[in-house]
Design a protein around this ligand. Structure first.
Ligand SMILES: [Zn+2]
Length: 483
């Protein structure tokens, strides 16, 4: 402790608050600070508080419960300590107050299906997979409102586990990283892009090889084990059902859960029947059978539909109107250079009508399946398959939320899929819900996403662990140096 009962930690917090205050003023949010008006050398009792009362906003808790129309949320350090109606939530003496009247607060979004590190500028390459580029993707995720994101199976151990630790407490001021590490597939039938040269994923054909791969990855404690059940258009060899069962069994013995990439209905049946924890994607060769829908619900299998990845292939010859939606375009223009945006536009334009027609057929199957799974009460989580070529971080998640609603989820259900349900999926119980005791990860929106899910794009501010994320600095960097 420093003289006068004033701790060094409190002095640092006070300095942070002044920075935050300036930012609030810049962005037009009225804020009244009771403390931090004195230099650190002349502490006032108020300076000992790191509490901030955010008041006046509509608060959407994220767990599906009703919003608090004029709410207040007290954040002390990195936690929410009190939440309720404005006027009923008391704050300690010296707490700062932030007026959020007219805003809506939801939990920071959580993406359950992404791939960090490969996209950089106009290229999608293994060489791009560096610590710096992964962190850049986490910045991009935060820019679009994500507090946490899961990278799913094409990650090598030298970066991803260290970065999971490094980002665990949000100290880097961007999205946290969770990971499935290196996934497991059949020979040449793992990850789908040619840039994932050998060594990214395990290639197995026998039960013992499957078990050995699980034992190899287990010491890293991945958040999940990713497997691929696919022949990749005939390029590779699918893992046989007994090998799938052996991998799931070995994972279970090591305290790990398995998420299965599937493309065909028969593989979804194999995966669910083998006891996987989750499906990455859903079958696109035929509508899901009633029996499989029921089995997914009964077993509580999580699903990441990845609608956005499939849907973008539906367009040929022109840029779809949804890509130019003002809220989305503003975020894209903030995080991508013009040539990067033009690359995405070009992807739509260059597709042939035949390719688009085939994609539309497959997408119809996928969308109908999501509609039925949701209606049956399946655990749908937000997963955009983000980070794939021209399927940029943030673009994928924001579009995915829109498509979940088009597939029949209510906006409230879509928010649950991207907050509390995704936190549950990742076994991160302190995240994904706005409630006393939870980590203060929250998104301040200019408009209500319960009225229109597109309003999740109207981001005023993102907070991770109680700290405001400097999205403006990210945008400034991308505008000057590209991504
Ligand atoms: Zn994926």
């Amino acid at each position: 402790m420093l003289p006068g009962g004033f701790s060094r930690k409190a002095a640092l917090n006070c300095g942070h608050m002044r920075t935050a205050f300036t930012s609030f003023l810049v962005f037009g949010v009225i804020s009244v600070f009771a403390g931090c008006s004195q230099p650190a050398s002349e502490p006032t009792p108020a300076a000992q508080s790191s509490a901030v009362l955010y008041e006046g906003a509509r608060i959407v808790p994220g767990d599906g419960s009703a919003p608090i129309e004029r709410g207040a949320m007290l954040v002390e350090g990195d936690r929410i300590t009190r939440i309720g109606a404005q006027g009923e939530v008391t704050a300690p003496a010296g707490a700062a107050r932030v007026d959020l009247a007219g805003k809506t607060v939801i939990p920071a979004l959580i993406g359950a299906h992404g791939h960090v590190g490969y996209q950089k500028g106009l290229t999608f390459l293994r060489e791009n997979y560096t610590r710096e580029n992964i962190l850049n993707d986490l910045n991009r995720a935060a820019y679009f409102g994500l507090g946490t994101t899961m990278t799913l199976g094409i990650d090598t151990p030298q970066f991803v586990y260290e970065l999971r630790e490094f980002t665990a407490n949000g100290q880097h001021g961007a999205a946290r990283l969770r990971t499935a590490g290196s996934g497991i597939g059949g020979p040449n039938a793992g990850p789908g892009n040619a840039v994932y040269s050998r060594g990214v994923a395990y290639e197995v054909t026998t039960e013992e090889e499957g078990r050995a791969a699980v034992r190899d990855v287990a010491p890293h404690k991945p958040d999940m084990v990713k497997i691929w059940l696919d022949v990749r258009g005939g390029r590779g060899q699918k893992i046989a059902p007994p090998v799938v069962r052996a991998i799931v069994d070995e994972a279970s013995k090591n305290g790990l859960k398995v998420i299965a990439h599937v493309r065909d209905h028969i593989d979804a049946e194999t995966a669910v029947g083998s006891g996987v924890y989750a499906l990455a994607h859903l079958a696109r060769d035929r509508d899901m059978s009633d029996a499989l829908v029921a089995d997914i619900v009964k077993r509580g299998v999580y699903v990441t539909p990845t609608l956005s990845m499939a849907e973008r292939n539906n367009y040929a010859g022109a840029v779809p109107a949804w890509f130019e939606e003002p809220g989305l375009l503003a975020l894209l223009q903030g995080s991508l250079t013009k040539v990067e945006l033009d690359l995405v536009r070009q992807g739509f334009i260059e597709r042939t009508p035949e390719q688009a027609a085939n994609a539309t057929r497959a997408y119809g199957i996928l969308e109908r399946t999501v509609t039925r799974l949701n209606a049956a009460g399946a655990r749908v989580v937000l997963g955009g398959d983000t980070g794939l070529p021209q399927h940029y971080w943030g673009l994928a998640e924001q579009r995915e939320l829109e498509l979940l609603v088009k597939a029949g989820l209510t906006p409230a259900q879509a928010i649950v899929a991207g907050t509390s349900r995704a936190a549950e999926f990742l076994s991160l119980p302190d995240l994904g819900t706005l409630a006393a005791g939870k980590v203060a990860d929250f998104l301040v929106l200019d408009a209500n996403p319960l009225d229109d899910i597109l309003n999740t794009r109207r981001i005023s501010n993102l907070y991770i662990q109680g700290k405001r994320v400097d999205r403006e600095a990210m945008r400034a960097k991308w505008q000057t140096s590209g991504s």
